[in-house]
Ligand binder design. Structure first.
Ligand SMILES: Nc1ncnc2c1ncn2[C@@H]1O[C@H](COP(=O)(O)OP(=O)(O)OP(=O)(O)O)[C@@H](O)[C@H]1O
Ligand SMILES: [Mg+2]
Length: 192
């Protein structure tokens, strides 16, 4: 997932959505050039949030800069796993690595099980990076008001965080088979 293979026009979309997508792409590019503060991608499933977040990460890697990309539910699993006696890394080491990553990308925020422990850990990461003003990319399917208030209000603070609301519908459905295609597939199956 790179900027090069992101279709920022999606010609089949209404003009307003095309313009919005181009704007989202430009915001991601701008952030990738010089990561500063936070960028939060919001929108429905499949609109391109992870793609743009990963493109930012890949751009950084190309430039030889470090990136820490984690899907939030996986991040919490890793963190829990550090408590196991055979873990090679301690909880403190891992938590510190996440909190202090020069660029942290948190994908699928809000998809995690909301246990009090998980909520607390995420709040600690977010609050730490907010206070230290560390560059962070977040993607979420949730509206900010549906995220726990302590976290949601930090994500919504526009002195720190650019909110990029993507209006485009699911990209995956652009490739859903047409009625004609489905009929052809049925005919082929019958012949076999
Ligand atoms: N504008 C685009 N151009 C090219 N590929 C795209 C575009 N938008 C989305 N895709 C592709 O469609 C798939 C879904 O996109 P992506 O994973 O970025 O969606 P998402 O918004 O993160 O969805 P979810 O909320 O389900 O995680 C991916 O394979 C992605 O590469
Ligand atoms: Mg995603």
């Amino acid at each position: 997932m790179t900027f090069e293979n992101f279709d920022r026009r999606r010609v089949n979309l209404p003009l307003e959505e095309q313009k919005n997508l181009e704007w989202a792409f430009n915001e991601a590019r701008r952030f990738a050039e010089a990561p500063k503060d936070w960028i939060v991608f919001l929108g429905f499933n499949g609109c391109g949030k992870t793609h743009l977040a990963a493109a930012i990460g890949n751009y950084q890697l190309q430039k030889g800069r470090p990136v820490f990309f984690k899907v939030v539910p996986d991040l919490l699993d890793y963190l829990r796993a550090t408590f196991s006696p055979d873990s090679t890394v301690t909880y403190d080491e891992y938590f510190d690595k996440v909190r202090n990553a020069p660029l942290l990308i948190l994908d699928d925020f809000g998809e995690q099980a909301s246990t009090p422990w998980a909520q607390e850990k995420l709040y600690q990461v977010i609050n730490y990076r907010y206070n230290a003003q560390l560059p962070t990319v977040i993607t979420t399917c949730l509206a900010l008001e549906d995220i726990e208030t302590r976290i949601g209000s930090r994500l919504a603070d526009n002195s720190m965080s650019s909110n990029v609301n993507i209006m485009a519908p699911d990209y995956r459905s652009d490739f859903a088979p047409s009625e004609e295609g489905k009929q052809q597939a049925r005919r082929l199956r019958r012949r076999r």
